[in-house]
Design a protein around this ligand. Structure first.
Ligand code: AMP
Ligand code: GLY
Length: 438
């Protein structure tokens, strides 16, 4: 099988790496890729967000499957164009990608499907925003309604700051979703969907804020680990039964079947499991950790999903190891990042036992040296027999990486390794369903 992977980041590097380990995959191509992907497979300098360009490349290469990594090409209709060219594609249509591209749309679908989520209101004026903020009270949660690469959400106790964020979104011509605050640990569950059937991957935890102890602004994600020893038994089944399957059914019912990854972002709150958000693609950097443990051949699995045949796919098999991914970001991220700096120590880190380096924002300069080219530059991924060992190995790798101004969190997986995460959820399966007012 020949596969084309679309996207420029760490998630796509991890996907390419796993595809190359699938005995049924004979060739992998990527566009546009990055320096790490380019070391593994041929890459093509096309605009990955351009539906016609991607469909033309897939046709020219004669691939059997296209895997679309990020949300932007999905929201732009890349999957539709590839499907129209007669090639199976893992990734939802433009219409189904609205589950991520519009938070208001996602809330409507959740309400229709009876999925437990935060109570929410859509606001498009300062008055509506103020009213919604006062309805739910502090802490305030204000979300840009459109795609914002994980950076459009402000959670704050400061009412003025919440209003100011809403106003920024209005000034840009958008609207906001204002929600009740959800307490409790967050979990990412990736559910493979083929339009009808659902298969959940092993849950992971992401670290959204830029600084240790969850301080500073939100980022795309600064690290991840999996599996979650502390997660309640039955969590994955609850996610399938209460969230993923009802959502997939609702999308099919609407005539916009969902094919790809439904990324369920959950909060395990004191009042039960709640969906924080849907994404329509693999999470980054969770994927770097999750795929490091997946033993089932990835290409065959994604092709089965693309063809509507997940019910015939083999059962998932996982390594017993724990995986940790620590992101190294450039100076000033998540604001405008500093780029163009040499990255050293990549090979040394890769050679450590149980460690591999996944590139995100990297490229080759004129001399063929790897330099930084984005906010999140790379992730050091490590497997270990437990979280303590996996963390040690990942941080040993991070210590070997040299990047001027580079920043990373030192506490990825630390609370879990110390047994400090507590879930106060009530028993699963009996939770009240909150209908969105959207
Ligand atoms: P989102 O883009 O919706 O995933 O939001 C980004 C991050 O903001 C989430 O991962 C949470 O950490 C935080 N967040 C979003 N919605 C809520 C909420 N209702 N309550 C508490 N935190 C939230
Ligand atoms: N790491 C969260 C995301 O990919 O949105």
């Amino acid at each position: 099988m020949k596969v084309l992977v679309i996207g420029p980041g760490g998630r796509e590097h991890a996907i390419v790496r796993s595809l190359l380990a699938d005995p049924n995959v004979s060739e992998v191509h990527a566009a546009p890729g990055n320096a790490g992907i380019g070391k593994l497979v041929p890459t093509y300098a096309i605009d990955g967000n351009d539906p016609d360009a991607v469909a033309a490349l897939a046709t020219k290469l004669g691939v059997d499957l296209v895997v679309v990594g990020p949300e932007a090409p999905l929201a732009a209709g890349v999957s539709d164009a590839v499907r129209a060219a007669g090639i199976p594609v893992f990734g939802p249509s433009k219409a189904a990608a609205q589950l991520e591209a519009s938070k208001a749309f996602a809330k409507q679908v959740m309400a229709e499907a009876g999925v437990p989520t935060a109570m929410a209101r859509v606001a498009s004026t300062a008055e509506e925003a103020a009213d919604a903020l006062d309805t739910f009270g502090a802490p305030y949660v204000v979300k840009d309604d459109g795609l914002a690469a994980g950076k459009g959400v402000v959670v704050t106790n400061n009412r003025d700051e919440a209003l100011a964020h809403a106003q920024t979104c209005f000034d840009a011509g958008g609207s906001v979703v204002i929600e009740e605050f959800l307490d409790g640990p967050e979990v990412s569950v990736f559910v493979l969907c083929d339009g009808r059937n659902t298969v959940a991957l092993s849950p992971a935890q992401d670290f959204k804020r830029i600084f240790d102890n969850d301080e500073g602004p939100n980022t795309g994600g600064m690290g991840a680990y999996t599996p979650l020893e502390w997660a309640p038994e039955g969590l994955v089944q609850e996610v399938i039964d209460r969230v993923a399957q009802p959502t997939v059914n609702e999308m099919a019912h609407r005539g916009t079947p969902f094919v790809g990854v439904l990324f369920v972002g959950l909060a395990l709150t004191s009042r039960g499991t709640r969906v924080i958000e849907f994404n329509v693609r693999f999470g980054d950097p969770e994927t770097q950790a999750v795929l490091a443990r997946l033993k089932t051949p990835l290409g065959s699995l994604l092709l089965a999903a693309a063809k509507g045949e997940l019910d015939k796919a083999e059962e998932l098999r996982w390594s017993k190891d724990t995986a940790v991914a620590v992101v190294v970001a450039s100076e000033n991220y998540p604001d405008t990042p500093r780029t163009g700096d040499r990255i050293r120590g990549l090979k040394k880190a890769d050679e450590l036992e149980g460690v591999h380096v996944i590139h995100a924002g990297t490229k080759l300069d004129e001399e063929g040296k790897v330099v930084s080219a984005g906010g999140r530059v790379l992730a050091v991924v490590a497997l270990g027999t437990d979280l303590v060992e996996a963390r040690e190995r990942a941080y040993d790798g991070v210590e070997l990486i040299q990047l001027e101004g580079g920043q990373f969190r030192t506490d990825i997986g630390r609370k879990a390794a110390r047994g400090e995460i507590k879930v106060v959820s009530s028993a699963t399966g009996t939770l009240p369903v909150t209908k969105a007012k959207a």
